[in-house]
Design a protein around this ligand. Structure first.
Ligand SMILES: Nc1ncnc2c1ncn2[C@@H]1O[C@H](COP(=O)(O)OP(=O)(O)O)[C@@H](O)[C@H]1O
Ligand SMILES: [Mg+2]
Length: 165
C-alpha cells in the first residue's frame, strides 16, 4: 500500500484526535502541533517529523485545525515530494458544536473560545484543486460515532455559517 499523508481540517473539538485514535493509531504516525507546544518553531519541527516518517515509508496523520489553504500547502508539497498519497479529512462541526464540545473538556485540552472563532473565520474547506488525491467528510455524531462520506465540493458548507441544516 502506498504511503499516505493524511491531513485533517476542522475546528477545535470537532473530533479530530478521537478519530485519529479510532481509525489511524494502528497504522499511521501522529503529528500534531498540540504535541509541540514547547517547541520554539513548531512548524519547522512538524515538517521534520512528517519528512522523517515519509522517508522511512511510514504513513502520517497531521492532526491540526489546518483551516487555511496556506496552512495546507506546505504539507501537501511535502507529501508530493515524497510520493505519498495525500488525503484530506474535513470535520464538518460548526462553531456552536465546537464550543459545546470544548466546554466539556478538562484542563489543557480546553482552548479559549476566541481560538475557535478565529479558526472558523480562517476556515476554507479543502478542495481537490489544492492537490489532494482523496477527500472525505467526517461528521462526529452525538452518539460518539463518526460518519465518513466522500467529500463533494458542492456540499462544502462552511461550519459556522448561519445557514440552517
Ligand atoms: N463522535 C463523537 N461524538 C461526540 N463527541 C465526540 C466525538 N468524538 C469526540 N468527541 C468529544 O469531543 C471533544 C473533542 O474531541 P477531540 O477528538 O479532542 O477533538 P479535536 O482533536 O478536533 O480538538 C472530546 O471531549 C471528545 O470526547
Ligand atoms: Mg485534537
Amino acid at each position: 500500500m502506498a504511503v499516505e499523508l493524511v491531513i485533517f481540517v476542522g475546528l477545535q473539538a470537532s473530533g479530530k484526535s478521537t478519530f485519529f485514535r479510532e481509525r489511524f493509531a494502528a497504522t499511521h504516525e501522529h503529528v500534531s502541533k498540540d504535541l509541540l507546544r514547547n517547541n520554539k518553531n513548531p512548524n519547522r519541527r512538524q515538517a521534520q517529523l512528517i519528512q522523517a516518517a515519509l522517508e522511512a515509508g511510514r504513513s502520517v496523520v497531521v492532526d491540526n485545525t489546518n483551516p487555511a489553504i496556506e496552512d495546507r500547502r506546505p504539507l501537501i508539497e511535502l507529501g508530493r515530494k515524497h510520493g505519498a498519497r495525500v488525503i484530506g479529512y474535513f470535520f464538518d462541526a460548526r462553531v456552536r458544536e465546537s464550543l459545546r464540545r470544548n466546554a466539556g473538556r478538562e484542563g489543557k485540552a480546553r482552548v479559549p473560545d476566541v481560538a475557535i472563532f478565529a479558526a472558523a473565520k480562517r476556515l476554507v474547506p479543502p478542495s481537490y484543486s489544492e492537490g489532494f488525491d482523496g477527500l472525505f467528510r467526517v461528521h462526529a455524531a452525538d452518539d460518539s460515532t463518526f460518519e465518513v462520506s466522500a467529500y463533494t465540493e458542492s456540499s462544502g458548507s462552511v461550519p459556522g455559517a448561519d445557514s440552517p441544516e
